[in-house]
Design a protein around this ligand. Structure first.
Ligand code: SF4
Length: 400
């Protein structure tokens, strides 16, 4: 049975909570520390201060670094590769992001090396039984690490519902591979990545999470928790539940379990410490926030997962950028497996394999999930919008 610990912070003592979470989950016990090459991988996707709910709280990075050094491993590196939009040599890169978040200061304090994983030497790897990415390049530091400690933050995400331990591993991919994960289907690509570089230990910064569209301070969710475990799938399943989601609807976590990477079924996970029900706090899903921000479309759906939902948000963003937001009230979308479809006045866009039994009703977008640009094209067709105008906006958006 997979074990995940949940510890509530007492008196804002992060180090104490990390120690307790690690001890309760016994996650350090299964590691052969002596002589090991250790990679500590926080989530520092952009240049944002610690405590924002967007990047890993630096106090967690500090506490974990201390605990790891206490075990006398062979070497310790803190590494991160910031998001594609924050990796420009002349403007901002991972090092700048880690400086703003306070990670460089921690590394200096403990004499630990820091690596920008976006610009590390790259190793071409094979993912056995891959869904979509058989071969891809990863940072050499991650490939050579005997043990990876992933330190994610609990956040909602536009395409994957939540982002936590599994998705945090995207930081080991160079920029072109990060982009590729979106092109070939993010949920499945995350699983393929973890087939190769699954963290041995995941310690979650659940002190402050981030909900909705992760825009600003209003989206911060104070949970005051630290969670830990060896099974990253189980940790993500627990974090999704704590954040108020039905883990059955978080596609990449389900696919990771299907691929044999860990347990997503809560019945197969032993939770130690706080109970999930007592610490649960329903995060506003990204889609809901995006709909508030961008959309007035009529969505008829049941049980659609984050794959289609996430791609759909891209469509809303693209149409808004192209100046067609006012057309959205005329748009009807069918997704997942609704029991019945009410009488419709407009041609609906039927999105994804799950909804294909309704394809005869309107314009069908095949795929699981279909890519956001394909959905956008069919929405343009249904709303009689010139696709070329929208494509120009998409190109501009991705250049920005
Ligand atoms: S087609 Fe179904 S399973 Fe596939 S991404 Fe869409 S809702 Fe999820």
């Amino acid at each position: 049975m997979s074990v995940v610990s949940i510890v509530r912070l007492q008196d804002d003592d992060v180090e104490d909570a990390v120690r307790k979470a690690v001890s309760l989950s016994q996650s350090f016990e299964s590691v052969e520390w002596e002589g090991s090459a250790v990679l500590i991988k926080p989530n520092v996707v952009r240049p944002v201060k610690s405590g924002s709910g967007i990047v890993t709280d630096v106090r967690v990075v500090e506490a974990v670094t201390k605990l790891v050094l206490d075990r006398n491993p062979g070497s310790v590196i803190i590494g991160e590769g910031s998001s594609v939009g924050y990796d420009f040599p002349d403007r901002v890169d991972s090092m700048d992001c880690m400086e703003v978040a306070g990670v460089l200061e921690v590394a200096k304090k403990f004499g630990v090396k820091v690596v920008d994983l976006n610009h590390d030497e790259q190793i071409e790897v094979n993912a056995p039984d891959a869904f979509v990415m058989d071969t891809f390049a990863i940072a050499k530091t991650a490939w050579e690490a005997d043990v990876i400690l992933s330190l994610p933050v609990i956040k909602t995400h536009v395409r994957t519902g939540i982002t936590c331990g599994l998705k945090n591993m995207k930081g080991v991919l160079p920029g072109r591979e990060k982009k590729r994960t979106h092109q070939c289907g993010l949920d499945r690509a995350i699983v393929d990545l973890n087939r190769v570089t699954k963290p041995g230990i995941t310690i979650v910064d659940g002190i402050t999470g981030s909900q909705g569209a992760n825009c600003d301070e209003a989206d911060q969710v104070p949970l005051n928790l630290i969670l830990a475990g060896n099974d990253v799938v189980a940790v993500d399943a627990v974090c999704a539940t704590v954040a108020g989601f039905d883990v059955g609807e978080i596609l990449h976590v389900q696919l990771a379990a299907e691929a044999g990477l860990g347990a997503a079924d809560l019945n197969l996970i032993e939770v130690r410490g706080e109970k999930m029900e007592t610490v649960r706090h329903s995060f506003i899903p990204y889609l809901q926030a995006a709909q508030d921000l961008y959309g007035d479309a009529n969505i008829i759906e049941k049980n659609s997962c984050t794959g289609c939902m996430g791609e759909l948000v891209s469509t809303f963003v693209y149409l808004k950028e192209a100046g067609f937001r006012d057309r959205l009230p005329r748009l009807t979308l069918i997704m997942g497996g609704p029991d019945e479809i009410p009488p419709l006045h407009e041609t609906p866009v039927v999105v994804g394999r799950c909804a294909q039994k309704f394809r005869h009703l309107g314009v069908f977008v095949p795929g699981c999930p279909p890519h956001g640009t394909k959905i956008t094209d069919k929405v343009c067709e249904a709303l009689r919008i010139d696709q070329k105008i929208v494509h120009r906006s998409i190109a501009k958006l991705h250049r920005a």
